[in-house]
Design a protein around this ligand. Structure first.
Ligand code: B12
Ligand code: SF4
Ligand code: SF4
Length: 352
């Protein structure tokens, strides 16, 4: 007679995570981050630009035992945001509702379920980009994938178009095997495709050149020499993920209703969206982007991005119809001072 196998608690936790809608789940033992030295180096080179919050409480990022006293493990999850969606002026991750809210709700529900199963309170805390955690490092440790040359965490069955989140717990759970294999091989597609050549080496990004940073995190003007390289990208950038063979093969259709593009951006080309944004006031901005990731750049930041995109579109139109210039050229919509990016040290001979 075969004895029925009783699923372990760890197994049931992951099943519960999948039931809540997560696409991947793994368990990591907390400890010193494998990438701690790489993180220190990255900060020391100034690659974080104006994201000074990354330097603050850096000791907590280096050692995941520190953010939640008493926590010994983290359940790390991924939620897919639909890499098969067409590319457009707004990066895929930002077209629907704010992922922080969506994922934190699910992680809180997972926490409550665990407490009900063990029948006692379990100290813990959920994080989704909301604390001093090196989330990709932790996800690799939980066996969810490897760190690609484009720095994203890539899963061999899902690609990389997903968010990461974690639930830190003071609970003794058996950890998963960390992902040990790098499946990038000799590929360099992401490094070659980056419009601003923001990678200084495989797996090392100079955020100051990254369009995602320039359009979302940067508070001042976009350096003049990087503006044309932004092309039609108004918020975020997916280029280094779009070209990745793991996404070409495994990216999924959008399954989470919360991430369906909202009316303010859905199906709009760069010119239409940019024109709408430059004419928005605070009230129409709030109405269009309430609960959206785009709020992070604030209306001021979005207008700056829209002005760059409109300039770029005008330059393209000029190049295509030289006879019509200069009348075909759109006027610059906001006065912008240009800070050249030559102030940024560019490393020589990036190793590829
Ligand atoms: C700051 C930040 C950014 C910055 C800097 C990005 C970067 N590459 O560092 C900017 C604004 C540019 C950015 C852009 C994007 N981001 Co972002 N970002 C973050 C944030 C808040 C911190 C990342 C960080 O600490 N960077 C510092 C570098 C040094 O750390 P790292 O990239 O994790 O690198 C580690 C590894 O490289 C590792 N490592 C390096 N060498 C070695 C060697 C060995 C042997 C080992 C084991 C490890 C190792 O150690 C490093 C430190 O742990 C995280 C959330 C979080 N708290 O982690 C989201 C996060 C990384 N971002 C995310 C997303 C979705 C994006 C965008 C795709 C958004 C978009 N479409 O515009 C782009 C992608 C750009 C890119 N190619 O990275 C997701 C990534 C999901 C995934 N599948 O990987 C995260 C995890 C947010 C989330 N919760 O889902 N982001
Ligand atoms: S997100 Fe875009 S700009 Fe940033 S590294 Fe990737 S391809 Fe380059
Ligand atoms: S494009 Fe190639 S090198 Fe870049 S992350 Fe994907 S597999 Fe790795």
């Amino acid at each position: 007679m075969t004895v029925p196998r009783i699923p372990s608690f760890e197994h049931r936790i992951k099943a519960q995570a999948y039931g809540l809608g997560f696409d991947l789940a793994g368990i990591a033992r907390l400890g010193v981050a494998d990438g701690a030295a790489a993180f220190d180096d990255w900060i020391a080179h100034g690659y974080a630009g104006d994201m000074h919050y990354l330097e603050r409480r850096a000791e907590l990022r280096r050692d995941s035992r520190l953010p939640v006293p008493g926590a010994t493990c983290a359940i790390v999850v991924a939620l897919d945001y639909g890499g098969r969606q067409p590319s457009g002026p707004v990066a895929r991750y930002a077209r629907g509702d704010d992922y922080h809210d969506v994922m934190l709700d699910k992680l809180r529900a997972l926490h409550a379920w665990i407490e009900s199963e063990v029948q006692r309170p379990v100290p813990g805390k959920p994080y989704v980009d909301t604390g001093p955690i090196l989330e990709r490092d932790l996800a690799r440790r939980a066996g969810l994938g490897w760190l690609g040359k484009n720095t994203n965490l890539i899963n061999p069955t899902l690609g990389s178009f997903f968010f990461l989140g974690s639930l830190f717990l003071a609970l003794d759970l058996a950890p998963d095997q960390p992902s040990a294999t790098d499946h990038c091989g000799t590929c360099t597609r992401c490094l070659d495709a980056c419009p601003t050549q923001a990678f200084v080496a495989p797996g090392v990004l100079d955020a100051r050149r990254c369009i995602s940073y320039l359009t979302i995190e940067l508070k001042g003007d976009v350096p003049a020499d990087l503006q044309p390289l932004m092309g039609e990208l108004l918020y975020g950038c997916d280029v280094c993920q779009e070209v990745c063979p793991w996404n070409v093969k495994f990216a999924r259709e959008l399954a989470q209703p919360a991430f369906i593009a909202r009316a303010a951006v859905a199906g709009k080309d760069a010119g239409t969206l940019a024109r709408e944004i430059v004419s928005m006031d605070d009230e129409s901005f709030r109405a269009a982007f309430k609960g959206s990731p785009l709020k992070r750049a604030k209306l001021r930041g979005l207008k700056r991005n829209a002005a760059v995109v409109l300039d770029n579109l005008a330059l393209t139109a000029e190049a295509a119809a030289p006879a019509r210039a200069p009348h075909g050229r759109l006027p610059s919509l906001a006065p912008r001072t240009h800070t050249p990016s030559d102030q940024l040290p560019r490393p020589q001979n990036p190793k590829r």
